[in-house]
Design a protein around this ligand. Structure first.
Ligand SMILES: C[S@@+](CC[C@H](N)C(=O)[O-])C[C@H]1O[C@@H](n2cnc3c(N)ncnc32)[C@H](O)[C@@H]1O
Length: 244
């Protein structure tokens, strides 16, 4: 059964002061609050992977990669973490899933709701580093580059791992560390505060998940993780990591 048939904006759970310290936002996160950024985002997104991978990389190719590896099924409940203009939310809704499309930017959510009209999507304004959503409440989670922008990527990964059901897939797309001068500049708080994680660092911050697939094209990494059993830790021998 799909419990979320009508698109609606459920509630706001920004939790900017949750946890031990106030949740500050990176400059990149704050730039996403602007209507101009939200307005231009879908256009940038359609071309971004071609630019970042150095080869033709359409949204259709990205969606096909995700669908082949994660196989979202009708009736499943997925979280799209940092939905922006709703790319993964749309892919999931067209596959018949119920989707919670979450973002901390009201402007992004407004654009996404206008662009992605499929039924079965719920839109939520929240900071996913501390969402307050129930544990193990999603069949799967998509994270398209949100890891690069969030203030504390380790905290975001821990929260997403908590929200994922045992056996559920976690799909990550992010720009990995290259050590180049542009990334060093964009990592500075005053110039974006972006994080460019190393895949080994990501794996260490998902102790209850196993990485089942990974692919790096240029600077862009696509990874599928799978949540281990409830309360358990990773079992690499059961789920060998495959490079594509
Ligand atoms: C690079 S964009 C994501 C693009 C989108 N996932 C896609 O694949 O097209 C990052 C988005 O994540 C949101 N975001 C960043 N940090 C977040 C957080 N901690 N919680 C919720 N949303 C966040 C930003 O507002 C922005 O819209």
């Amino acid at each position: 059964m799909n419990p979320m048939t009508a698109p609606r904006h459920t509630k706001e759970t920004l939790n900017l002061t949750a946890g031990t310290a106030p949740r500050r936002l990176t400059l990149a996160q704050r730039s996403n609050l602007l209507r101009l950024t939200a307005w231009g985002y879908a256009g940038w997104r359609a071309r971004a992977l071609t630019w970042l991978t150095g080869q033709p990389f359409s949204l259709e190719r990205e969606a096909a990669l995700f669908q082949t590896l994660c196989r979202p099924q009708p009736g499943e409940r997925w979280l799209d973490a940092g939905t922006s203009a709703g790319f993964y939310a749309g892919v999931l809704a067209r596959a018949g899933c119920a989707v919670l499309a979450a973002d901390l930017s009201p402007a992004m959510l407004a654009v996404a709701r206008r662009r992605v009209r499929e039924p079965g999507i719920d839109w939520l304004l929240t900071n996913l580093e501390a969402s307050g959503l129930p544990s193990a409440s999603f069949s799967g989670v998509t994270v398209g580059a949100t890891l690069n922008e969030t203030q504390d990527p380790g905290r975001l990964l821990a929260e997403l791992e908590r929200l994922l059901r045992p056996g559920g897939p976690l799909w990550l797309m992010y720009i990995a560390r290259t050590g180049g001068p542009l990334q060093r500049l964009l990592s500075r708080p005053a110039l974006g505060g972006l994080t460019f994680p190393d895949p080994a660092w990501v794996a260490r911050h998902l102790p209850r998940c196993v990485r089942t697939h990974s692919l790096q094209v240029g600077a862009v990494v696509f990874e599928r993780y799978e949540r281990g059993p409830q309360g358990g830790s990773r079992t690499p021998s059961q789920l060998p990591h495959r490079n594509l």
